[in-house]
Write a protein that binds this ligand. Structure first.
Ligand code: PLP
Length: 378
């Protein structure tokens, strides 16, 4: 029987400019290579505590219940739904892209009475639409995607959160592609539950899902009578492990905690405001550049993400061939559109460690070259 060769993990060089994972800082890789301690070691809880505090600052929240789940962004989504949407509860989801769809699918699987508010992909909901929809349906829980990675659109959550409170509902925000790259101001927004992933603007490999819950959400959780169907993502059990008794729940992926700890240190060294500004400036330079190449962004100015851009594929161009050309000639990874946007847009990340003026130049040059290549017609 053939055996695996020793030390043969030699991944090809890639420039990760898709919707995530994003490029990882060498310091983060170095942190991951440190020796692990046990998942009940005081050092692990020290690292966890530092992570929690830094995440609060990234999110702009004082929420005590701020922790990281072992799992990717979808684990954050599932935890939010499983803990706060009881079977039979009326769950309203604002759907304007792929991840809004995923949220509603999770709600359906958890036995919610689902209500969907829909908009074409690439658009966002106005304050008036939000208010009217929530007051009309009076749901128990409302969810929306703050940074819709399938479209590049930014949905502000202030009106959603405030309308939710008015009808006594909890609000959930998906911040997977905004945390660490754009100001969120969660407490000012008034959102009750938010989750994210490590592999986007936080500049870390995939593997952890930060989640934060307002005091109001915690109160709701304490009063919840039914047991969530999920054991692994049950926040009450997780609190016992991470914050209270330090009782064993699962074996946390220690190296990922080191990685996140280091990426948050890098964020704090740069300063949050500087980091957000860097993302804004590089996104705008990229947007102006693709516009010049005849590929204007799908999303209207003012509601564009600074982390993820969706230039429209020019007529007559096969987007898959462009992506293959970028990979073949430069090792650059970008992504294509999903669902109704398949074949119509590229999804190009300018986030985390990858959001630099040099990378914007590199990307624009590579795109220009690819578009001039023969045989890219669709
Ligand atoms: C907005 C949004 N929500 C949720 C997810 C799911 O995260 P993951 O793929 O890390 O499970 C993603 C991933 O791209 C995302 O962009």
């Amino acid at each position: 029987m053939a055996t695996l060769p020793v030390c043969n993990v030699q991944p090809p060089a890639r420039l990760l400019f898709g919707p995530g994972p994003s490029p990882v800082h060498p310091r983060v890789y170095a942190a991951m290579a440190q020796s692990i301690v046990g998942h009940l070691d005081p050092y692990f809880f020290e690292v966890n505590e530092q992570i929690r505090r830094a995440l609060q600052r990234c999110w702009g929240t004082g929420n005590e219940l701020t922790l990281v789940l072992s799992g990717t962004g979808s684990a954050g989504m599932e935890a939010a739904v499983a803990n706060f949407v009881e079977p039979g509860a009326k769950f309203a989801v604002f759907v304007n892209g792929y991840f809004g769809e995923r949220l509603s699918e999770m709600g359906r699987r958890h036995g919610a009475k689902l209500v969907r508010f829909e908009k074409p992909w690439g658009e966002v909901f106005s304050d008036q639409e939000v208010m009217e929809s929530i007051h009309r349906e009076r749901p128990d829980v409302v969810a929306f995607v703050n940074a819709e990675t399938s479209t590049g659109a930014y949905q502000d959550g202030a009106a959603i959160a405030s309308a939710a409170r008015e009808v006594g509902a909890l609000s959930i925000a998906d911040c997977v592609t905004s945390l660490g790259g754009m100001p969120i101001g969660l407490d000012a927004m008034g959102v009750d539950v938010a989750y994210s992933g490590t592999q986007k603007a936080l500049g870390c490999p995939p593997g952890l899902a930060p989640i934060t819950c307002s005091p109001r959400a915690v109160e709701w959780l304490r009063a919840r009578k039914s047991t969530p169907v999920t054991w692994y993502l049950d926040l009450k059990l997780l609190l016992d492990y991470y914050e209270k008794a330090h009782r064993y729940h699962h074996t946390a992926p220690i190296s990922m905690f080191y990685a996140l700890r280091e990426s948050l240190a890098i964020i704090e060294e740069e300063g949050l405001e500087n980091r957000f500004e860097r993302h804004r400036v590089n996104h705008e330079a990229f947007a102006a550049g693709v516009e010049k190449l005849g590929m204007p962004l799908l999303v209207a100015p003012g509601i564009r993400l600074w982390t993820l851009n969706t230039p429209q594929v020019p007529a007559g161009v096969d987007e898959l061939k462009v992506r293959q050309s970028l990979m073949r000639n430069h090792g650059i990874e970008i992504a294509g559109g999903l669902g109704p946007l398949a074949g119509k847009v590229f999804r190009i990340g300018t986030m985390g460690y990858g959001s630099t003026a040099e990378n914007v130049k590199l990307l624009l040059g590579a795109l220009e070259e690819a578009l001039k290549e023969k045989g890219l017609a669709g």
